[in-house]
Every structure is written in structure tokens, then in C-alpha cells.
Design a protein around this ligand. Structure first.
Ligand code: HEC
Length: 103
């Protein structure tokens, strides 16, 4: 019985990691609009990363971060003291990522 529970727990763990990968893939396929991304960035990210992406005392500069997959992953999962933004919709994250890359 204990083994069954352990197996179930590890399956849940594996599928939750896989879920994020699948979500990243889905977001990468969307048609992103950076003009929509600007307001999402201003509302959620600029207080730590600065409106021009050059960073503040709360977060590092992200101007040189141009790897879409990395931006999406950090946005969904958070990193260190950066909170997760998994409540944003896939389309919002796609638009936001395109805008972040343009900084
Ligand atoms: C509360 C402040 C805060 C907010 C709000 C925030 N971040 Fe961050 N972000 C950070 C910190 C701090 C790090 C560095 C985390 C670490 O490496 O420990 C970071 C790291 C990153 C990185 C990785 C940079 C690198 O080179 O490793 C990206 C990309 C990023 N943030 C994008 C975003 C986006 C997009 C948003 C808006 C959805 C956002 N952040 C909102 C604080 C924040």
C-alpha cells in the first residue's frame, strides 16, 4: 500500500513538471503581439526589472535575456525572489515574452 501511494505521488510530481513543459510549448506556438505585451509588462514586471528592462534594486536587468523559452519558464514558475506569474493567460505570456525580447 505504501508503495502504491509513493508511486502515485511520484506520478503526480512527474506530470506537474511535464505540464509546465507542455504549456511552454503551447505558448511558443501562439501568435504574439508585442504591442499588447507592453501593458502586461508595465503592470507585472517593470517595478522590478525597470520599464526599459535595465533592472532595479529589486530585480536584475533582462535586456540581454532573449531566449523565449527561458523567459516563459521563469514567468510561469518564478525564480529566487521573483514570484510565479502562472495566473497570466497563455496569450498574455506570449505577448509579454515578445515585448520583453524587444527591450
Ligand atoms: C518582485 C520583483 C519581480 C517581479 C515583479 C518580476 N521579476 Fe523577474 N526576476 C526578479 C528577480 C529577483 C530575478 C532573479 C532571480 C534569481 O536568479 O534568483 C528575476 C529574474 C527574471 C528573469 C531571468 C533573468 C536571468 O537572466 O536569469 C526573467 C527573464 C524575468 N525575471 C522576467 C520577468 C517577467 C517577464 C516579469 C513579469 C511577468 C517579472 N520578471 C517580474 C524579480 C522580479
Amino acid at each position: 500500500m505504501k508503495n502504491v501511494i509513493l508511486t502515485l505521488i511520484s506520478l503526480l510530481f512527474i506530470s506537474s513538471c511535464g505540464g509546465s513543459e507542455a504549456r511552454i510549448d503551447a505558448i511558443l506556438k501562439l501568435d504574439a503581439k508585442d504591442e499588447n505585451g507592453k501593458s502586461i509588462y508595465e503592470a507585472n514586471c517593470s517595478r522590478c526589472h525597470g520599464s526599459d528592462g535595465s533592472g532595479t534594486s529589486l530585480g536584475p536587468g533582462i535586456k540581454s535575456e532573449n531566449d523565449e523559452e527561458e523567459i516563459i519558464e521563469v514567468t510561469i514558475e518564478g525564480e529566487g525572489s521573483m514570484p510565479a506569474f502562472d495566473h497570466l493567460s497563455d496569450q498574455e505570456i506570449a505577448d509579454l515574452t515578445k515585448y520583453s525580447k524587444s527591450l
